[in-house]
Write a protein that binds this ligand. Structure first.
Ligand code: NDP
Length: 337
């Protein structure tokens, strides 16, 4: 049973040496338990927070412990009345080949309906984040301008497409020409701006002639700097993530602009609201699951995964996620037996 454990707390960007791949015995299920074989492991930006012991909304992974994470698994052995060998389940087994469960929190998946890995993306946590953050906090209205950061990623691609379904003019922000071409062709956005371009802020202003009514924030840093002057009176800003800062070790240099930020929030009567998806919206999961599955079935959502093969490659893939190397929802194929 291979497990990727936390070897050291990263300083700045995580390094391969912050992880250890260990081999341990495959556990045996007791009465009332199942042994799960991980097939797919989700890699998500929040895992950077778990590697740190800074105070957060969730406990850190301890040094030497297996990295946490959402998984799609198959039942390998069962001593639980509700599960039989071969069943597919959504679980939270972390970065390992096998794990035990007493059945609590396991959600059965039907591989005939949709590919099981979709439960880690469009039909799971990231899709739910996009759906609630945009619709509940963003409150998009027909004809409004919605700007979406990290627009080709797991969350952003869904925000962009739901925004189009709600009748917004959607301006995507992504890292590079290839991702922008994809946002225009497949996600159907009205414009896409490459945040790596030297004149990124000017390009964004040109793409938002009527200002910005909803900004779905996942990035922060210089992306937010470019968005900020374009925000309209009454703008809504779901603060979903700040990925450009997850590896930061110090505050950036420069003048203190906090007063200007707060003043603008005041005079433009903006709504700036952070959220942690399951803590804040867990009770609305059924509504999301039904609506997203229906949009997906009707062909109204395009979904892209980047599948990396092998548990041993998870650390490198995760390091890349924090630098924009993924293109689509990042998933590791751990095993098939
Ligand atoms: P993505 O699939 O979008 O992957 C991350 C993307 O972020 C990269 O592909 C890259 O896109 C962009 N990025 C990475 N580093 C930087 C950087 N330094 N500057 C600018 N862009 C960068 O990840 P997810 O969709 O899973 O997550 C998106 C955001 O949503 C994250 O901030 C995450 O923490 C947050 N989140 C929050 C939740 C909540 O409950 N609040 C739940 C789930 C996610 P590009 O190449 O286009 O720049």
């Amino acid at each position: 049973n291979r497990q990727v454990t936390l070897a050291a707390r990263p300083k700045g960007a995580p390094q391969l040496s912050d992880f250890t791949l260990q081999a341990r015995a495959i556990p045996t299920p007791a009465t009332g338990e199942v042994l799960l074989r991980t097939v797919f492991l989700s890699l998500d930006p929040y895992m950077r927070g778990r590697m740190s012991d800074a105070k957060s909304y969730a406990d850190p992974v301890a040094i030497g412990q297996t990295m946490v994470g959402g998984t799609v698994s198959r039942v390998h052995a069962s001593k639980h009345p509700d599960f039989k060998v071969g069943d597919w389940v959504l679980s939270y087994q972390g970065w390992q080949d096998y794990g035990l469960s007493n059945g609590e929190g396991l959600i059965k998946l039907d591989p005939q309906q949709v590919p099981p890995s979709y439960a880690l993306g469009v039909l799971g946590m990231p899709g739910f984040t996009a759906y609630m953050g945009l619709l509940d906090i963003g409150q998009p209205k027909t004809g409004e301008t919605l700007v979406v950061a990290a627009a080709t990623g797991a969350v952003g691609a869904m925000v962009a497409q739901i925004g189009k379904l709600k009748g917004c003019r959607v301006v995507a922000i992504a890292g590079g020409a290839e991702k922008c071409a994809y946002a225009l062709d497949k996600l159907g956005v009205d414009a896409c701006i490459n945040h790596k371009a030297a004149d990124f802020a000017e390009q964004l202003a040109k793409a938002c002639p009527a200002g910005i009514d909803v900004y779905f924030e996942s990035v922060g840093g210089k992306v937010f700097d470019a968005v900020f002057p374009l925000l309209n009176t009454g703008a809504r800003i779901p603060v979903c993530g700040l990925i450009s800062q997850y590896n930061a070790t110090a505050l950036p240099d420069g003048p203190d602009r906090l007063g200007q930020l707060m003043g603008t929030i005041l005079t433009k009567r903006m709504t700036v609201k952070g959220f942690i998806i399951f803590d804040d919206y867990g009770h609305r999961y059924p509504e999301f699951a039904e609506q997203m599955a229906s949009w997906l079935q009707q062909g109204q959502l395009h979904y892209r995964e980047q599948i990396v093969d092998g548990l041993a490659n998870a650390p490198q893939a995760f390091i890349g996620l924090l630098q924009g190397e993924n293109f689509g929802k990042l998933v590791v194929r751990v095993g098939t037996d």
